[in-house]
Design a protein around this ligand. Structure first.
Ligand code: MRU
Length: 346
């Protein structure tokens, strides 16, 4: 497959593949104003936890290019204010805030303008390169967990579009397919943004991986009829006890898989671990504009003035998860211990 580059730094601007337009149109938006990066993340031009982190890194680099005429104090104050707003653009994916904090450490070194800007570009570049390396590690480790000739089920989009690397859950799936371990993939459409039907199916088709799209509510039937050998999903935030926030609907998959004895695997880099939070109830779940569910392509599909709530994520309790595949190793229950060991010893 020709590689997908959803996030490109040009030297003085950021080019983002507009994921809202896929698969119909492959259009890049060129961003030269830092505030546009915040909007692009909030409006889903770019999405997926690691890709949001990479974009945030370049967003801070971009902001540093606008401070040239400011005094040092003004520049640092502007950069910190920008980082604070950027960090709030989407609340659930921890990668966003982790990268912003990483960039703030560079800003805190209080370098003169030129070197600060260069150091921030370098740091954003490092984040992107490290993302690819960790994706490859997860793919290698995780693919060994998949039995030969498996049919797998996945949710949302966790491929290169979601990381700007090789992918998390979809990275494991494509590597396992290359190794002859995967026979077929089922992907959920993933309402309301259709990351599954629009993005995952697009990526799988480009890769040549045999795949079938199903509606979100088909998962119980699929699993109960014996179609699925294991389930692989990504994560937006994993707490110290192994609870996992991921795209809304992940919990349904986990409960059904668990009750039918189907292995349920989460694939996420250690940068998605949030050891500051002990358990999933502490995770801030993003609620998005209800019009995302009451409208389709700008057309209303519900009666006017109804009540609706649009949760973007849910939390899967660790008990339903058979293994978490990270870039530093595969962890299993009890997660409170295995995640702590991973953080301490890598
Ligand atoms: O709302 P999105 O599209 O940003 O949600 C994406 C997901 O939930 C993914 O599963 C998650 O970020 C892991 S992706 C590598």
């Amino acid at each position: 497959m020709d590689s997908i580059s959803p996030i490109l730094w040009t030297g003085d601007s950021l080019r983002l593949l507009d994921q809202r337009k896929l698969p119909g149109k492959e259009i890049y938006v060129e961003i030269s104003e830092p505030e546009e990066v915040i909007r692009a993340i909030a409006d889903m031009v770019v999405r997926g936890a690691p890709a949001i982190g990479v974009t945030a890194g370049f967003g801070v680099a971009l902001a540093s290019q606008t401070i040239i005429n400011k005094s040092h104090e003004e520049a640092v104050a502007y950069m910190k204010e920008f980082c604070s707003l950027l960090g709030k653009s989407r609340p659930t994916a921890v990668n966003l805030i982790t990268v912003v904090d990483r960039m703030l450490k560079v800003i805190d070194k209080l370098m003169p303008y030129e070197s600060m800007s260069q150091a921030l570009i370098k740091e954003a570049d490092n984040v992107q390169n490290e993302t690819l390396v960790s994706d490859m590690n997860m793919a290698e480790l995780g693919s060994k967990l998949i039995d030969i000739d498996s049919t797998v089920l996945t949710h949302c989009n966790t491929g290169p579009l979601a990381t700007s690397g090789y992918g998390t859950a979809l990275g494991v799936i494509r590597r396992a397919w290359e190794l002859g371990r995967i026979k077929h993939v089922f992907a959920t459409e993933t309402r309301p943004w259709f990351q599954g039907s629009r993005l995952t199916m697009w990526e799988l088709k480009r890769l040549g991986v045999p795949a079938t799209l199903v509606v979100d509510s088909a998962i119980g039937h699929l699993m109960n009829q014996g179609y699925i050998d294991c389930v692989l999903v990504g994560a937006d935030r994993i707490t110290a006890n192994g609870d996992v926030a991921n795209k809304i609907g992940t919990l349904n998959l986990a409960i059904i898989a668990n009750s039918l004895g189907i292995p349920f695997f989460v694939v996420a880099p250690v940068t998605t671990l949030d050891s500051q939070l002990l358990e999933g109830t502490e995770i801030h779940i993003e609620e998005r504009d209800p019009r995302e569910i009451t409208e389709l392509f700008g057309e209303s599909i519900s009666p006017p003035e109804i009540d609706s709530i649009n949760f973007a994520f849910d939390v899967t309790p660790n008990d339903y998860i058979d293994a978490i595949i990270t870039d530093l190793g595969i962890v299993k229950k009890p997660y409170i211990n295995s995640i702590k060991d991973l953080n301490e010893y890598g």
